[in-house]
Ligand binder design. Structure first.
Ligand SMILES: NC(=O)c1ccc[n+]([C@@H]2O[C@H](COP(=O)([O-])OP(=O)(O)OC[C@H]3O[C@@H](n4cnc5c(N)ncnc54)[C@H](OP(=O)(O)O)[C@@H]3O)[C@@H](O)[C@H]2O)c1
Length: 133
């Protein structure tokens, strides 16, 4: 006799995928999701590549001895979100996975409140994808 299919009635896994990167951190929304058991996925965590043009972020990355994308990815992980960086470059992919360092609480606050990027340049349309797919 075939086994009864297992139907999970209690657990309702949910995910909210949102634009989240340094300079665009909807803190209240992230906290609301986390309090209500909704996983947050951070799409475009490198700000479609535009964050690479921010000298203050480059200086902070240098302080930690990491690249700007590594700082960006680690930032989203420390917020308790799932990071969805995009790259078409295998070397970038490898280094983007090397995020075993810790951003201080003070620097996390600085990054949460970092000034809004006014324009994503060539990636300003929707949907937006930085670089080659
Ligand atoms: N759900 C939605 O509505 C939605 C909307 C937009 C995007 N997305 C998803 O989000 C993902 C990313 O889109 P995005 O382009 O906006 O993402 P992103 O991850 O914020 O930025 C990608 C850009 O960063 C560059 N980059 C990545 N790692 C790098 C490194 N180590 N050094 C230098 N440059 C680096 C990439 O260039 P290289 O390729 O040259 O590394 C590319 O130009 C996609 O998977 C997409 O499906 C979802």
């Amino acid at each position: 006799m075939p086994a009864e299919p297992v139907v999970q009635k209690e657990i309702k896994p949910m995910v909210n995928q949102i634009l989240l990167h340094i300079s665009n951190t909807p803190v209240e929304l992230v906290e609301y999701c986390q309090k209500n058991g909704i996983a947050v996925e951070a799409y475009s965590p490198i700000a479609h590549g535009e964050i690479l043009n921010q000298p203050e972020i480059a200086a902070m990355a240098e302080k930690y001895g990491v690249t700007v994308p590594q700082l960006c990815i680690r930032y989203t992980l420390q917020l308790g979100t799932i990071s969805l960086p995009k790259t078409g470059n295998p070397d970038h992919m490898k280094s983007n996975a090397e995020v075993d360092f810790e951003i201080s609480a003070e620097d996390m606050e600085t990054l949460k409140n970092f000034k809004k990027i006014e324009s994503y340049g060539a990636s300003s349309g929707f949907p937006v994808y930085g670089g080659r797919l």
